[in-house]
Design a protein around this ligand. Structure first.
Ligand SMILES: *Cc1c(COP(=O)(O)O)cnc(C)c1O
Length: 408
């Protein structure tokens, strides 16, 4: 079950910092998840720049690995995929009255519709003289987007009037789950029951549905009874686990993003040295500090002190406050002894100790695919009091993405 995980080579070793995206891992994750979901179709969710991994390269890889559909939140995100030449079915589901429904219909993008959007979509179809493809969304309990159950028959009826007029085609009914990451909770059963009822109402009204869909990553992995005609998978594509008590490896997934930089400075300090703003961390013995040039402007949460940074095979916790551009690790007295010994060997020149130990400019990995016990996104999520979804998605545009591997 556990997938083989090998070290990822930096595609651009000259970069000062990079998020390396392993497209082979993404392709393998998709193949694995597709097998679990079959015969249901597979939608790769690439919203939010593919959870920080890069929407277009991930979408291309996903399609090559067999994803039949792509999903985004916004119309603008879907249009980006079309502009890049991706011509598979694309669906998006979060709109405002400012959304460009005309561009969506013109580009053959499927639209989620919870209610008010229907008339906007119809107006776009009318002006383009081209029917729009619509997926009606029922709120089965999440309480966010989606049509309330009480309004569902009226929404379905209005949609069918427009379908008979040739303005839209109701191709899907969908919903979103609230607690699928906790598979034992009973609310998922309630949501499924309401979903089946909503599908029945639509079909009784004459809808010929291509896809009924409700499953996200956790439901795809833990609840085959949620798969219906299609699963919508985001997090799992990126190799991350949606469950608090199960690792990527236990799910047969490989994390696709490796975040690394180079050590910018390394120096010996005495006991009593305060570190970073607020001087919240003070060394209690002579030690060696390493400066890591990534901070909250790069998307590392400021509260995540204690998160791991691996240098030369050893993970060190970040000490002191994380700043906008940088953070500090304490390499420890053992390292200092080693560097002092190296300095002795080099003729007692203390300033060269860190250099001779290979620390200045050494690769500093914040998280990766877990190869050889390496640091994981989940450790940063724990340090920041958040979830793995947020850690990868927030890695900022200041960090260049580079790509390795592919769907072959
Ligand atoms: C983001 C999203 C998904 C994907 O969720 P994951 O838990 O990342 O798989 C699926 N459906 C909808 C409507 C979403 O907004």
């Amino acid at each position: 079950m556990s997938p083989s995980v090998v070290p990822v080579q930096a595609p651009a070793p000259g970069l000062e910092r990079q998020a390396i995206i392993d497209l082979s891992a993404i392709a393998n994750n998709i193949r694995h998840l597709r097998e679990l979901a079959a015969p249901a179709q597979f939608m790769a969710v690439v919203k939010a720049d593919a959870y920080g991994h890069g929407a277009v390269p991930v979408a291309r890889t996903a399609v090559a690995a067999g994803a039949q559909w792509l999903g985004t939140a916004h119309i603008t995100e879907a249009l980006e995929l079309r502009a890049a030449g991706l011509d598979v079915p694309v669906m998006c589901w979060l709109h405002t009255p400012q959304s460009d429904f005309t561009a969506a219909v013109a580009n053959n993008i499927d639209l989620g519709c919870s209610g008010w959007e229907l008339e906007r979509i119809v107006a776009a179809a009318r002006s383009l003289e081209r029917p729009a493809r619509v997926h009606l969304k029922i709120d089965t309990g999440l309480g966010r987007n989606g049509c309330p159950g009480a309004d569902w028959p009226a929404l379905v009826e209005a949609a069918m009037v427009h379908q008979r007029a040739g303005l839209i085609r109701v191709v899907g009914v969908f919903s979103h789950l609230a607690v699928a990451d906790e598979p034992e909770r009973p609310e998922t059963d309630d949501q499924l029951e309401r979903f089946r009822d909503a599908v029945s109402v639509a079909e009784a009204a004459g809808a010929e549905l291509e896809v009924r869909h409700i499953a996200n990553t956790p439901a795809t992995l833990s609840r085959p009874d949620t798969h219906f005609d299609m699963v919508r998978v985001g997090l799992g594509v990126y190799g991350l686990s949606p469950f608090a008590d199960r690792t990527s490896a236990q799910l047969g997934l490989v994390p696709a993003m490796t975040l690394q930089t180079r050590i910018a400075l390394c120096k010996d300090v005495p006991a009593g040295q305060g570190v970073s703003y607020g001087l919240n961390y003070v060394t209690d013995e002579p030690t060696t500090l390493g400066l890591v040039p990534l901070g909250y402007a790069d998307g590392i949460p400021r509260v995540a002190t204690g998160g791991p940074v691996r240098v030369n095979g050893i993970s060190y916790p970040v000490v002191g406050r994380i700043a906008m551009d940088q953070m500090v690790i304490d390499l420890g007295p053992h390292f200092r002894l080693a560097s002092a010994a190296a300095a002795d060997a080099a003729g007692g020149v203390e300033a060269t100790a860190a250099d001779s130990a290979g620390i200045l400019g050494a690769t500093a990995e914040l998280f990766g695919n877990g190869h050889d016990g390496g640091p994981l996104v989940e450790q940063w999520a724990a340090a920041a009091g958040t979830i793995n979804y947020e850690v990868v998605t927030r890695i900022s545009q200041r960090v260049p993405r580079s790509y390795t591997g592919g769907a072959e």
